[in-house]
Design a protein around this ligand. Structure first.
Ligand SMILES: [Zn+2]
Length: 147
């Protein structure tokens, strides 16, 4: 009985109605509710898709939500999170959220942070120290096994 055609993926299964997502993007929600939605965004690929769709639709309508989002640095992951993302040790859902934040929302601040972290990560790989330590640990392990 819905009058306008709605995205079949946009059902209430993830518990966040479009109106609330829009309010979230417009920063009309209380900090508590906005934080709750951010948690859901991290957990739900479908919800991220809906937000991406809302951003696209509204960008076309002249309201650049993506622009607001970028300007206010809404829901930016911490630098520690970005570091874990670079190292590939983040849980998949969280990593997906960071990809979404940087590539779909297009957060330039996090993108710059990411480039910076990737560079220092590469420098770290050239440092021979961790390899030497690993070698030492494995020889110690072998010595222990021989007993
Ligand atoms: Zn960001």
């Amino acid at each position: 009985m819905a009058e306008h055609p709605s995205d079949p993926a946009a059902g209430p299964s993830d518990g966040v109605p479009d109106a609330e997502l829009t309010a979230y993007l417009d920063e009309l929600l209380s900090a508590d509710r906005a934080a709750a939605i951010e948690v859901r965004l991290r957990e739900s690929p479908g919800l991220r898709q809906r937000v991406a769709g809302l951003i696209r639709r509204r960008d076309q309508g002249g309201h650049s939500v993506g622009e607001i989002w970028r300007r206010r640095r809404l829901s930016c992951p911490s630098r520690a999170d970005l570091g874990a993302y670079v190292l590939g040790v983040l849980e998949p859902a969280h990593a997906e959220y960071i990809r979404f934040h940087i590539h779909t929302v297009g957060c330039r601040i996090c993108e710059a942070n990411l480039v910076d972290l990737e560079q220092s990560c590469r420098k770290g790989e050239q440092d021979p120290e961790p390899r030497r330590r690993r070698f030492f640990e494995s020889s110690a392990g072998r010595l222990a096994d021989r007993r």
